[in-house]
Design a protein around this ligand. Sequence first.
Ligand code: FES
Length: 170
Amino acid sequence: MAVQFIETEHTQEIDLFRRELEDLKEGRGMLMQALHLAQNRFGHIPVPIQEIISKTLKVPMSTVYGVITFYTRFTLEPKGQCEVSICMGTACYIQGAAEILQELESALGIKSGETTEDGLFTITTTRCVGACGLAPVVTVNGEVHGRMDLKKMRALITELKESYKEGDEA
Ligand code: FES
């Protein structure tokens, strides 16, 4: 789902962000710092913000885009309230992470990297999260769920759908 970033709805935040960028202009490693600032301030780094970074720091748009897409901590679109992430590191992969990812994608009707239209769920994949003894591992907003299988994944999805939908109505 492509989420449109409307600049006129974020004018104050953009002004603040421009001032923060001005302070960075002379520093080293400024592109990474700028991207962290943008990700924290806007929750993602949409094209208009990439353009501000590119112009202010005099870095080509292709470089800005390349760095954003290289690091999983940066996102082009906002994430859902609940980020479900499948570890695709070696230990998890050989224990069936790919099948678990397929199950999750089909249950939520989105692919990895996408967010459901109601803004509740985002699916991502990660590399080793340091819990290989519990492989295959799924994290939900950073909380580790180990030794997953298809049955446990289905139960977890049902539980998450119930709790997040209830929270949405509250
Ligand atoms: S490979 Fe998945 S936790 Fe290490």
